[in-house]
Every structure is written in structure tokens, then in C-alpha cells.
Design a binder for this molecule. Structure first.
Ligand code: HEC
Ligand code: HEC
Length: 259
């Protein structure tokens, strides 16, 4: 929903830049000088729509991959200041590697699944990138932050990302993501860190029964009996009817073990 909004906003900016640039004399080249990954037939407006697709899939602007003409200062609003044929920006070659990868995925692998060509789902830049220049899942971003800068930094990171990206499709803020991270931390023996991430899950998604269940398990592992039982009771109370027996059994087990 808000992705469409932000993609829409970006598209408006990109179109505005392109429109402005055309007024300034920029034309999508009818004879591109330096295509190494796109089919040689690509030119003009088709090239334009591919480039705008790159920019919007990664949520970046042209200068993310392209450099200024020799001797000119880059003005991002003036496409006449760019040297689009230059390979000086290393990201341009990375994008070529990506183009070839996408070609292999679609043509060599997906084509073998037996889906007729007209029905086939095509992988595109946005399939993975989802408005990120380096596509990373929320749980992985947080796990890396925990490993590098600690759990407080990860909690801060989560709040920042939620503030800037909630409702978009770059990061998944739905219930369960922090829970899964907590679960994997628990399995690695990082009980205290798991408890913190699960507390964040409970704070953000207070009605998510499974989050409280996981907090119950984590507190139990840490030897915090009363907190464990408190969370498990909450899980039982919040669970949909069909799931109540599962949480109820866990609660009884905690109570029995505590005796
Ligand atoms: C993610 C990286 C990326 C972004 C962002 C990007 N481009 Fe490109 N661009 C490329 C790559 C890669 C090629 C070369 C494709 C090939 O080798 O087949 C290219 C080629 C071009 C060319 C052809 C140059 C020539 O003569 O060979 C033009 C023009 C161009 N881009 C314009 C733009 C504009 C304008 C924007 C912003 C709206 C933009 N690009 C955004 C990666 C990018
Ligand atoms: C199958 C998933 C996938 C698809 C499809 C994909 N990418 Fe990527 N791309 C990645 C991943 C993952 C990385 C990050 C690699 C890393 O840095 O570890 C990446 C990195 C990049 C980078 C380097 C970013 C940086 O700053 O380091 C560029 C540029 C890029 N992709 C462009 C594209 C373009 C353009 C397309 C479409 C032609 C595309 N990608 C399609 C997964 C994908």
C-alpha cells in the first residue's frame, strides 16, 4: 500500500528528473554505446524504462550506478552532466552481473518447472530488492546488528526501520519475525538476548500468542519461573480456540516443573 506510495513518489521524482532532463536536451540514446549485458536491440524509451525500473527496484537514483562526465560536476537533476556509457562506477558492473543472474534464473531454471511460458512468474530486480540496494530481510539485519553492535543497537535499529519503512514492503514488521529471531537466539544459547528480542515482539505485537509462548520458554530457560508462567498464561488467553490446548499443555508443564 505504502510501497505503492513510496514507489509512486520515487517514480514521480525519476520522471520529473527525466522530464526536466529532456527539457534540458537529454534523450535516451537510440544507439547506446556500451551495452554488455542487455540485449543489443535495447535502445531509446525501452532503455529508459529499464533504467527507471532499476532505480525504483533499489530505491536509488541514477548516480548510484553512473558517474559525471569528465570535467563536469555531477548535478543529479541534470542528466546532461552524466556520462552514462562510462563503466567507472563499480556498481554499474555489479548491476550487469545481476542482469546476467536474472537471465539465468528466468531462462535456465524457471523454464524447467513445466509452467507454460505465458503463465510463468518472471523474476525481476524488485523480486529480491524490494526498495533496498542490498536486499536483506529484517531478521537478518537485526541478527547482524546484534553480532556487531549488541542487542541495544539492534533494538534501536528495529525502531528506526519501523519508523521509516512501516507499511512498505522492504521489511516485514508482521508478528513472528522478532519471534523467529528470538527462537534462533534461544537455540544458540543466547538466552538473555533472546529475552530482549522477544520482549520487543510482545511490545510491538501484544496480541500475538506465540510471541508470549516464546517469551515463556525463554524465561523458563533463564530460570525466571514467575515470568515464564505469566507469559504462558498470556499465550493461553490470547490463543485462538484451536490452539489453546497446545499452549495450555506448555503452561501446565511449566507449573509442574516449578513445583
Ligand atoms: C542499479 C544500477 C543502475 C541504475 C540505478 C541506473 N542505471 Fe543506467 N545503466 C546501468 C547498467 C548496468 C547499464 C549498462 C547495461 C549493459 O551493459 O547492457 C546502464 C546503461 C545506461 C545507459 C546507456 C549508456 C550507453 O550509451 O551505453 C543510459 C543512457 C543509462 N543507463 C541511463 C540511466 C539513467 C538516466 C538512470 C536513472 C533514471 C539510470 N541509468 C539508472 C545501471 C544502472
Ligand atoms: C535473486 C535475488 C536478486 C535479484 C533478482 C537481483 N538482485 Fe541485486 N542483489 C542481490 C543481493 C542478495 C545483493 C547483495 C549482495 C551482497 O552485497 O552481499 C545484491 C546486490 C546488488 C547490487 C550491489 C549493491 C551494493 O551497493 O553493493 C546492485 C547494484 C544490484 N544488486 C542490482 C540489481 C539489479 C539491477 C537487478 C535486476 C537486473 C538485481 N540486482 C536483481 C539479490 C538480487
Amino acid at each position: 500500500m505504502s510501497y505503492t506510495k513510496s514507489a509512486g513518489r520515487l517514480l514521480v521524482v525519476v520522471l520529473a528528473v527525466a522530464g526536466l532532463a529532456e527539457a534540458q536536451g537529454f534523450r535516451w540514446p537510440e544507439e547506446p554505446e556500451n551495452l554488455k549485458a542487455l540485449p543489443a536491440s535495447v535502445k531509446g524509451r525501452e532503455l529508459g524504462s529499464i533504467m527507471r525500473g532499476f532505480a525504483s527496484a533499489l530505491d536509488v537514483r541514477c548516480q548510484y550506478c553512473h558517474v559525471a562526465q569528465a570535467g563536469l560536476e555531477l548535478d543529479p537533476m541534470d542528466l546532461m552532466t552524466f556520462d552514462f556509457a562510462s563503466d567507472e562506477n563499480p556498481r554499474k558492473n555489479k548491476a550487469r552481473t545481476m542482469l546476467r543472474m536474472v537471465g539465468v534464473i528466468n531462462d535456465d531454471h524457471l523454464s524447467k518447472l513445466g509452467v507454460t511460458a505465458s503463465d510463468r512468474v518472471r523474476v525481476d530486480c524488485v523480486t529480491c530488492h524490494r526498495g533496498q540496494s542490498r536486499p536483506e530481510m529484517l531478521g537478518d539485519v537485526l541478527a547482524t546488528t546484534i553480532a556487531e553492535d549488541g542487542v541495544e543497537a539492534a533494538i534501536e535499529k528495529y525502531r528506526e526501520l519501523r519508523e521509516s519503512h512501516y507499511g512498505g514492503f522492504s521489511y516485514d514488521f508482521s508478528p513472528g519475525v522478532l519471534g523467529s529471531l528470538g527462537e534462533s537466539l534461544l537455540s544458540e544459547g543466547e538466552v538473555e538476548v533472546a529475552i530482549r528480542m522477544l520482549a520487543l515482539e510482545n511490545e510491538q505485537n501484544p496480541d500475538f500468542a506465540y510471541g508470549h509462548y516464546l517469551s515463556g520458554m525463554a524465561h523458563d530457560e533463564a530460570g525466571h519461573g514467575p515470568e515464564a508462567i505469566q507469559h504462558m498464561e498470556k499465550a493461553v488467553a490470547l490463543a485462538p480456540d484451536g490452539q489453546k490446548p497446545f499452549f495450555q499443555r506448555s503452561l501446565e508443564k511449566l507449573k509442574n516443573d516449578g513445583r
